[in-house]
Design a protein around this ligand. Structure first.
Ligand code: APR
Length: 230
């Protein structure tokens, strides 16, 4: 079976009702990143940061995967699929994708501030600020804040090096190191980009762009790849 890496961003969850970041109605139009999503923000005002992620986690219980998430699952019949997502929602999991790498963390998980390997599934949407881990330190959202390391980039790069095809869906490709998966992918790799406002900053070989919403473009790409696999 051929290997496919799918790099997704906020755009794949937009039609599920999850706001993106940099669109005109995106999160970063209503919040200052430096107040709620950086390592310094957590150090300076952890309760504000904790509340910001509580609100986003609460909203996650009101949304469902969409046709784009489900279409990707169909690829698993004929390909080894690794979903590398920048998203912290669990919509890929709920759609049924089996092999998912979260680059920027997971909204439904929290972790110890003493030992980052102590990660817990959060029961419900609210992490009450001050709740402690088994070591007695405060729990924090299991999210990669800006200016923090992206530990899952290593497995994501390894998967991309072994890929035969990469599909990029719904990301502005503004944030590194995630965006480098497209730009440093092997030149002979077949690449697809699905985004209504798709634009690439650097030349990319063997690239097919579908300037479509994810729920239209992703099923088209999946149908093409399933036909190719016959
Ligand atoms: N279908 C497909 N793509 C869409 C749709 C849609 N229905 N709606 C919007 N998009 C596209 C936009 O055109 C844009 O290119 O999704 C992209 C969203 O870009 P961003 O808001 O920048 O989101 P993303 O690229 O995921 O941001 C990366 O930045 O703030 C950090 O940690 C955060 O993981 C996030 C990272």
């Amino acid at each position: 079976m051929k290997n496919i890496v799918v790099l997704t961003g906020a755009g794949i969850s937009a039609e599920s009702g999850v706001p993106t970041f940099r669109d005109s109605d995106g999160l970063w139009c209503n919040y200052h990143v430096e107040d709620v999503a950086t390592h310094e923000a957590w150090e300076r005002n952890p309760q504000l940061v904790n509340d910001f992620y509580n609100q986003r986690r609460k909203q996650l219980y009101e949304v469902e995967p969409n046709a784009a998430h489900y279409a990707l699952v169909k690829l698993e019949d004929c390909y080894n699929v690794t979903v590398v997502t920048q998203n912290i929602d669990d919509l890929h999991e709920r759609a049924g994708s089996k092999n998912i790498i979260h680059l920027h963390g997971e909204l439904k998980k929290v972790r110890s501030t003493k030992d980052p390997d102590l990660i817990y599934d959060l029961d419900g949407w609210e992490l009450k600020y001050g709740t402690k881990c088994e070591l007695g330190s405060i729990l924090r959202p299991h999210i990669v804040f800006f200016n923090e390391a992206v530990p899952n980039m290593e497995p994501a790069m390894r998967a991309t090096e072994k890929a035969d095809i990469i599909i990029v869906i719904g990301t502005s490709l503004q944030v590194y190191p995630a965006a480098s998966l497209l730009y440093y992918a092997p030149p002979d790799l077949k690449k697809y980009l699905v985004d209504p406002k798709a634009e690439v900053q650097y030349p990319v070989t063997h690239l097919t762009i579908l300037r479509e919403k994810a729920t239209l473009g992703v099923p088209q790409v999946v149908e093409t790849l399933l036909n190719d696999a016959k």
